[in-house]
Design a protein around this ligand. Structure first.
Ligand code: ADP
Ligand code: MG
Length: 721
């Protein structure tokens, strides 16, 4: 056999026929690495070898004996084949029975020596026998066993491909491991007390003890998170070598002409964050920062102030929002904030979305402008502040951002985008890279911040501006719904508006085995069903005298935008929706939120949803409807009422529900191991330290060619390349 490499295709391995290849491919296994990394999900303990006379019912044992008889019969009434064998050792004999596995008759031969392993059963008559035991025919006494007399690995299986089959292939591959070199540097193995690749692979598949298996697992849990941290740090170092425009701030001017003229005083969190931003953009290396803060904590205000600083130096700022409504909202916020300032410091603001293009250039003067004309102006550097949707930086519209004067790029609520997109955004033809600022109202747990988002520096605004109303939150058992509806109607009659949010419904257990993509489609279908039903019901009964509208993710963007705009304009009283309203829409008049099936939501998500209300002068109410009488569920919901901020809840969510909801199960491409490691802060930290150490040893990883190669594969797997 040629040198075994992790990326050798299985077709090139002698002894694996095309039939088996097809089956392996069905399991998603294509290379040596794929199958070596196809780990057992548990082990069967057949290590206890016993004499036949010592067997006891219900115990798991291996016996070693000679086959005395093999027979097969057809049990007509049960419509199955029953294979039977009689096995004897020096101490006695026992019967083994297999159901519907007639081929066993052809494998076992009288007179052969073999091991049988499994749980011992007892018949009504008190006879002990083996039911469906695993067996292994032995050619000689000292032969090493694969399926019996030891801890035996059990694998995720596919139809017609058993753990036994997988073991057979793995065994021959594991024999050839000597040719495989480790790609994790020795120093890192030692530092983290994890085994090298070869022994880890041997031990995860064939451990002597469960401790050994655990030790081997530790290495594989470490691998991906270590690679991810390398990606992050390399990204960070690479970016640090790039050039960004240095943007120094005239602090005196900032105080007297900008901050003093804002309609409010910045909170401490805002001041600290603004200072961090100002420091970053004064440097030649590009800023790469994320501001985290609840909805309404004043992130946009920081972006607005920063854009003034940038425009004073004659450079441009682009602000990207996830939807048109939000882009428009930012545009209005900027206008409002700049209004009291000296005219000469009020920069022109351009709004550029799929359906709108306009400029606001002097006090109270706004004009529509044709899109190409606006883009022309942007390119020529005539528009200091450009506000638009994320769509602008994609595809054809991307031309809008090839302008040369870009000093600062702000992205709102794009945390679900990956490292790759962040890198792409920062390319520019002159080799100058704009400073990058990301804003997120979704609380991201610390482990994820240090890993998945590990290339970013973080500013946190943990308080809301003073005078913000506290939202009254109540958990309502569904049978008391009527009273709540009556209360809501009174508020509607006073002119307020309400959100009714329908739950994310997960498909049932057996539907979970379908492919990921289909699974998420099913969720979407169910979600749609629930929102439609609720809409029908409410608009015909409880709220029949009000204007009720429906909003869900399946609608076309333009449709969604229209409904949001109408809701904002108070043309809709009650908006029944899925969680599509999650992201940053500011509707001060919406003072009520009713969340159906609230126990189905993540805590951080409930928290964020609730952030849609309590944004104006009106007292706001959030009702968490639930059918659940489970005290644990209700305790979980109560956390919403006591939590100081979203971070606390996000950590709790991560613990209970895993990282999927923060990074999106659908596209992450992370292994199950990776998902687990993302819940372990110690692991995330030590992987980060290890990655940093590796890079100090060899900056470009040239000293570690195997690691370099592995990293490249990792990036492809995660679609980072
Ligand atoms: P975010 O982007 O974090 O959701 P915004 O910056 O849009 O928050 O602020 C929400 C609202 O609060 C805006 O109307 C804004 O003008 C106002 N605001 C921002 N900072 C303060 C502050 N320090 N004091 C009072 N109001 C503020
Ligand atoms: Mg916002």
């Amino acid at each position: 056999m040629r040198v075994l490499r992790l990326n050798t295709p299985l077709e090139q391995i002698r002894g694996i026929g095309p039939g088996i290849i097809t089956k392996l491919n069905k399991l998603g296994l294509q290379t040596v690495s794929d199958i070596l990394y196809h780990f057992p999900f548990r082990y069967e303990d057949f290590s206890h070898v016993s004499n036949i006379s010592d067997l006891a019912p219900k115990e798991q044992s291996t016996i070693h004996g000679v086959i005395e008889d093999v027979s097969i019969r057809h049990a007509w009434h049960r419509r199955m084949f029953i294979t039977e064998a009689q096995i004897a050792d020096e101490t006695g004999s026992i019967r083994a029975v297999w159901f519907n596995q007639p081929y066993i008759k052809n494998i076992l031969t009288v007179g052969q020596m073999a091991n049988f392993a499994g749980k011992v059963s007892e018949s009504d008559e008190g006879e002990l026998y083996f039911s469906n035991p695993t067996f292994e025919v032995l050619k000689n006494e000292n032969q090493e066993t694969k399926h019996t007399a030891r801890l035996v690995p059990i694998y995720p299986e596919t139809r017609g491909f058993t753990s036994k089959g997988i073991r057979a292939i793995l065994n021959s591959l594991l024999q050839n491991i000597p040719d495989m070199e480790d790609w994790i540097p020795d120093e890192i193995l030692e530092k983290n007390n994890i085994p090298d690749l070869k022994s880890a692979l041997l031990k995860i598949h064939y451990p002597e003890t469960l401790d050994e298996a655990f030790y081997a697992r530790k290495r594989f849990v470490f691998e991906d998170i270590y690679l991810l941290q390398l990606v992050n740090l390399i990204q960070k170092l690479t970016l640090a070598k790039e050039k960004a425009p240095q943007i120094p701030t005239d602090i005196e001017w900032l105080k007297t002409e900008v901050l003093a003229k804002l309609p409010f005083e910045l909170t401490n969190g805002q001041k600290k964050t603004l200072w961090e931003v100002i420091k970053d953009i004064s440097l030649e290396k590009p800023m790469n920062r994320i501001i985290q803060g609840d909805v309404g904590s004043g992130k946009t205000a920081i972006a607005a102030v920063a854009s003034l600083v940038v425009s004073k130096l004659g450079l441009q700022t682009a602000i990207m929002a996830p939807t048109e409504v939000l882009a428009k909202q930012h545009y209005e916020t900027f206008k409002k904030l700049f209004l009291p300032m000296d005219k000469k410091y009020q920069p022109t603001i351009g709004l550029l979305t799929a359906s709108e293009s306009k400029i606001y250039y002097e006090k109270d003067v706004e004009a529509d402008i044709k899109k190409p004309a606006l883009i022309q102006k942007i390119k020529k550097g005539e528009i200091p502040i450009i506000i638009g949707t994320h769509a602008l930086i994609s595809n054809s519209a991307k031309i809008a951002f090839t302008f040369e004067n870009l000093g600062l790029l702000v992205i709102d609520e794009q945390h679900r985008f990956g490292v790759k997109q962040r890198a792409e955004l920062t390319k520019n033809s002159k080799g100058i890279i704009p400073h990058f600022l990301s804003m997120s109202a979704t609380p991201i747990p610390r482990t994820l911040m240090l890993s998945v988002f590990g290339d970013l520096d973080v500013s946190i605004i943990s308080e809301l501006p003073n005078g913000r109303q506290e939202i009254t939150t109540q958990i309502i058992q569904k049978e008391h719904a009527q009273k709540t509806y009556e209360f809501m109607k009174q508020r509607l009659n006073e002119g307020r508006q309400a959100f009714v949010v329908c739950p994310r419904i997960e498909p049932s257990e057996d539907e979970k085995s379908v492919p990921k993509k289909q699974f998420f489609q099913n969720i979407k279908k169910l979600e749609l069903k629930s929102v439609k039903e609720e809409y029908e019901k409410l608009s015909k009964t409880v709220f029949k005298d009000y204007t009720v509208a429906m909003l869900h993710g399946q609608m076309k963007p333009a449709e969604k935008e229209k409904i949001m705009a109408n809701f904002k304009a108070n043309k809709i009283n009650v908006l029944v929706s899925t969680t599509v309203i999650e992201v940053g829409v500011d509707i001060p008049n919406a003072a009520i939120m009713l969340i159906e099936g609230s126990e189905r939501f993540g805590l951080a998500q409930l928290y964020q949803l609730r952030g849609r209300i309590g944004r104006g002068e009106h007292k706001s109410y959030c009702f968490l409807f639930t059918d659940s009488k489970n005290p644990e569920t209700n305790a979980r919901l109560k956390a919403i009422m006591t939590a100081k901020n979203g971070f606390e809840l996000a950590e709790k969510d991560l613990e209970i529900r895993g990282p999927g909801q923060f990074i999106g199960d659908e596209q992450s491409g992370f292994s199950d191991f990776m998902m687990k490691s993302l819940q372990n802060i110690e692991l995330v930290k030590s992987a980060r330290e290890s990655a940093a150490l590796t890079l100090t040893r060899s900056n470009g990883l040239d000293k570690f060619p195997k690691l370099k190669e592995r990293l490249a594969e990792f990036k492809i797997r995660l679609h980072l390349e």
